[in-house]
Design a protein around this ligand. Structure first.
Ligand code: SF4
Length: 229
């Protein structure tokens, strides 16, 4: 149905539901099918489209001179500026995930998501969520590592560049920060486990982690030079 037709019909019969919803579409089609009876469909469509474009305009419709104003629901109810309604579009939320790639021998720590949030049930790496792509401050990293590993005896190795994944209403930016764990970590928390890096591919993971693995950043960099956090 043409946009001019939708606007005119929804104002005339008073459809308050968002115009882009199936229910509103159905009501408009039904009303148009009643009005069209006995009239050539081509002429009817052209006439109503012209009327919508010239009289029942999106802004400042010419209600005072409109021949329909006595029967028009929107005009009589002072809702001309409200109808047709549109669905509210959710703002896109930007989120920054800093995944911690904790290497202990040839293993890394993973955890299964168990939150009412994105990726529920999938396996991800331990992470800190912050408000930017900058590496989290040392204090936050230390606290997180103490929580997950049991001590703060670790060495920073390197960080990846930012990668992104677009979800509905959210854009996820991710960085992967590698740390070397020298001593045996404490038993992992519920929902966490240490897995061999070669077994990472077998776990169900979000696309952003799948892509990161494909890039080959899951290294075992024990013998390479290490840096301080
Ligand atoms: S009265 Fe106003 S809102 Fe109603 S059909 Fe006419 S121009 Fe459109």
């Amino acid at each position: 149905v043409d946009g001019n037709v939708k606007r005119l019909v929804s104002r005339f019969i008073g459809i308050k539901e968002p115009i882009d919803k199936p229910r509103a579409h159905e009501l408009i089609r039904h009303q148009a099918s009643l009005d069209i009876k006995g009239v050539s469909p081509a002429i009817f469509n052209q006439a109503i489209m012209n009327f919508g474009a010239l009289v029942c305009k999106p802004r400042n419709p010419s209600c005072n001179t409109c021949p329909l104003h006595l029967k028009c629901y929107a005009y009589q109810s002072d809702l001309v500026n409200v109808i047709p309604a549109k669905s509210k579009t959710k703002a896109n939320r930007l989120r920054y995930f800093h995944f911690l790639v904790l290497h202990y021998r040839d293993k890394v720590l993973v955890e299964q998501r168990n939150l009412k949030d994105i990726w529920n049930g999938l396996y991800i790496l331990p992470y800190l969520e912050t408000s930017s792509g900058r590496k989290p401050v040392a204090k936050s990293l230390t606290q997180k590592l103490q929580h997950d590993v049991g001590y703060d005896d670790f060495q920073f190795h390197h960080s990846s560049k930012i990668s992104s994944q677009v979800l509905s209403h959210q854009t996820i930016h991710a960085r992967f920060h590698h740390f070397m764990i020298a001593r045996k970590p404490k038993p992992s928390h519920k929902h966490q486990c240490w897995v061999n890096t070669s077994a990472l591919g077998t776990l169900a993971k979000p696309k952003i982690i799948v892509d990161w693995i494909k890039q080959g950043d899951v290294v075992i960099p024990w013998k390479t030079e290490m840096k301080t956090p």
